[in-house]
Design a protein around this ligand. Structure first.
Ligand SMILES: *Cc1c(COP(=O)(O)O)cnc(C)c1O
Length: 396
């Protein structure tokens, strides 16, 4: 197939050529004497990405799911009570994992298309006078519905209830693209993965832990071996890992963070907001609905678009893939068939987004969805042209 494949799923995302080149390395002994020169700066730079000076970051050869497990098993014991807000397939999967490792999980079900309601968390914590609840689990960016929740507001709700539970945040599809402030928001465990905002292949789980979370490992009794913080802490202190790390991914991670710092973290967030706003302008022009029910929930990394009654989102995705070489995200679980998703995170600019919008538009027309040809693309073009670009161009 000539030309580039258009990858617009919300992870894995496009790997920039710079990162591909950085990962193209011969293997080396991961116990060699200069290895810490690679790993120590990576572990320090991750703290800047997570915005923590007091916490510690861990890198596991794993995926986001492993990060969930590491965060919970290192800090909790079987039977410990946690509460989790559930409003999409990822918060549902984290809930399932928490149950399967033996935690006592109280689920706060929210309408899909909305996110965490801090007032619901506050009410539950306030009623828990004996402090039986040990953890509050929140997915910052629910990738299934394109909903972003306000983590700072969750911290405020926890503080208002004067509750000592640990705050666990899934930032897999947000950290590195949407603002995340581990220290300021008092996040105790933060989970990221390599294949979304970090613009890498899948294969790394990145976990941030606060001092309070690290303290909790001394009493936590959940079984853990591969994910044990203790082993990581000991090895990382000297710049090594307790087992064989993925060398290409470490070199890639170093390059990825270099790119983020060169662009400027705040500029990266602004670029995501700007590109997402172009996508949202297209959705409105098509006369279609965003699965996120209100603007305050809109995600800057992924948009789930509700297909009109009588159509199946899977047909839009299949047409886009087969006919136009464009990968769009599927609707998952409760919203299967009802939505298709455009991932707009990572290494992207305006024209790439316009290409995806054009492909989505043609695919919808091909299966008979009545939208005005060109309307979404034009709306996004108008949005981009009338806004100040936040994207550095080649002339700069
Ligand atoms: C992708 C994703 C995960 C799962 O990560 P894997 O790397 O597939 O294990 C978890 N949470 C969110 C919000 C995600 O987007």
């Amino acid at each position: 197939m000539p030309g580039r494949h258009f990858l617009f799923v919300p992870g894995p995302t496009n790997v920039p050529d710079r990162i591909l080149r950085a990962m193209h390395v011969p293997m080396e002994d991961h116990r060699n004497p200069t290895f810490p020169d690679l790993t120590k700066p990576i572990l320090e730079d991750l703290k800047k990405i997570f915005k923590t000076t007091t916490g510690q970051c861990f890198v596991y050869p794993s995926t986001g799911t492993g990060g969930w497990e590491a965060a919970l098993t290192n800090t909790l014991s079987p039977g410990d009570k946690v509460i989790v807000s559930r409003y999409g397939q990822f918060s549902a999967l984290w809930t399932d994992l928490a149950q399967r490792i033996g935690l006592d999980v109280q689920v706060i079900d929210e309408e899909w298309g909305t996110g965490t309601h801090p007032e619901h968390i506050h009410a539950i914590l306030e009623a828990d006078k004996e402090h039986k609840i040990k953890g509050v689990l929140v997915v910052q960016n629910e990738t299934a519905t394109g909903v972003t929740s306000d983590v700072g507001a969750v911290r405020k709700a926890m503080d208002a209830a004067k509750h000592p539970a640990l705050l666990y945040v899934d930032g897999v599809s947000s950290i590195g693209c949407i603002d995340f402030r581990m220290d300021e928001w008092g996040v105790d465990l933060a989970v990221a993965g390599s294949q979304k905002g970090f613009m890498l292949p899948a294969g790394l789980a990145i976990v941030g832990a606060s001092q309070k979370a690290l303290e909790a490992r001394h009493t936590a009794k959940c079984a853990r071996v591969f994910f044990n913080f203790e082993d990581m802490i000991k090895s990382n202190a000297t710049g090594y890992f307790p087992y064989t790390p993925s060398l290409p991914l470490l070199y890639g991670l170093r390059e990825s963070m270099k790119m983020m710092f060169e662009e400027g973290q705040e500029n990266v967030f602004q670029r995501h907001h700007y590109l997402a706003s172009g996508v949202r302008a297209a959705v409105s022009a098509w006369g279609l609905k965003n699965c996120a029910t209100e603007p305050k929930w809109f995600s800057d990394t992924v948009t789930a678009i509700v297909v009109p009654e009588g159509f199946n989102g899977a047909d839009v995705i299949a047409t886009a893939y087969r006919r136009y070489n464009l990968a769009l995200g599927a609707g998952l679980a409760k919203v299967a068939g009802k939505v298709f998703r455009i991932g707009h995170l990572g290494d992207l600019n305006e024209l790439m987004v316009l290409g995806a919008l054009a492909g989505a538009e043609m695919s919808m027309l091909d299966i008979g969805i009545k939208i005005e040809p060109g309307s979404g693309v034009a709306a996004a073009q108008n949005y981009f042209r009338s806004s100040n670009s936040v994207i550095a161009n080649a002339a700069e």
